[in-house]
Design a protein around this ligand. Structure first.
Ligand code: DC
Length: 233
């Protein structure tokens, strides 16, 4: 099992997915479960006719998690990864929408939500094939015994530029400055929160991708995975 942790917009998910494809593992995106719980919370608040833009202020976490179970929130094996389902319907588009993105950070800071997600992740890994798991606390909290741990970082400026280009926009100086400041603020929040803050596992391999291209990052990880998993060259 390979754990990849790192800050927002460091390219963890796309890197983890490509590494998994190259070495024949499955990619498990732990953020998708936090996003799924957030989607459940938003829908549950709407269903109960409560104000829905801040579900944590109107629903307790146990109610949200019970709804997640009852409504069948799950990640199902799908090709080289897992696809999110809710109420029997594909939910990948909905969990990546702006409403969920705006609330997921608060939902993922709730300790019982983290315990629920962690037990789901552990059950999926026990039951399934070899995986590359990405997140914030995979190598430190969820799978401290991972065979290979990578801590993926890039400077806030590099991450800001990648994010702007990803959105199909021009990385003009003012946009870059605003995005860099927003990322630095999220880094601070993620690294200083009380529960499972983002931090590097002592036995993680550092991968600073500030000056690397995507294929170089993937090769860096695959090269370290080969001897550990006895993969063919
Ligand atoms: O990687 P992402 O943007 O899909 O993550 C969504 C949110 O979940 C983000 O606010 C960080 C949080 N998260 C977390 O706290 N721990 C993880 N292992 C994965 C994600």
């Amino acid at each position: 099992m390979i754990a990849i942790d790192g800050p927002s917009a460091s390219g963890k998910s796309s890197t983890a997915r490509r590494v998994a494809e190259v070495i024949g593992f499955a990619h498990l995106d732990s953020g998708a479960l936090y996003r799924g719980v957030t989607l459940v919370a938003l829908r549950e608040a709407t269903r109960q006719n409560r104000r829905s833009d801040d579900p944590l202020s109107v629903l307790d976490p146990e109610t949200i998690l019970r709804a997640a179970e009852d409504r069948g929130l799950m990640l199902q094996p799908d090709g080289a990864g897992f696809a999110a389902y809710l109420e029997g319907e594909p939910a990948d588009a909905a969990i990546r929408g702006t409403a969920v993105t705006a609330r997921v950070s608060a939902v993922s800071a709730v300790p019982v939500v983290r315990e629920w997600v962690n037990s789901r992740l552990r059950a999926m890994v026990r039951a399934g094939r070899d995986v590359v798991v990405d997140g914030r606390d995979i190598g430190t909290v969820v799978f401290p015994d991972a065979d290979l741990k990578i801590f993926l970082t890039a400077s806030p400026e590099a991450r800001a530029e990648r994010r702007i280009v990803q959105r199909g926009e021009e990385p003009a100086p003012a946009a870059l400055e605003a995005e860099t400041a927003a990322l630095a603020a999220r880094d601070r929040a993620d690294s200083t929160r009380a529960v499972a803050p983002l931090r590097r596992a002592l036995d993680a391999v550092d991968l600073d991708t500030t000056t690397m291209d995507f294929e170089e990052q993937v090769r860096f990880i695959v090269d370290r995975a080969r001897p550990i998993f006895d993969l063919p060259l």
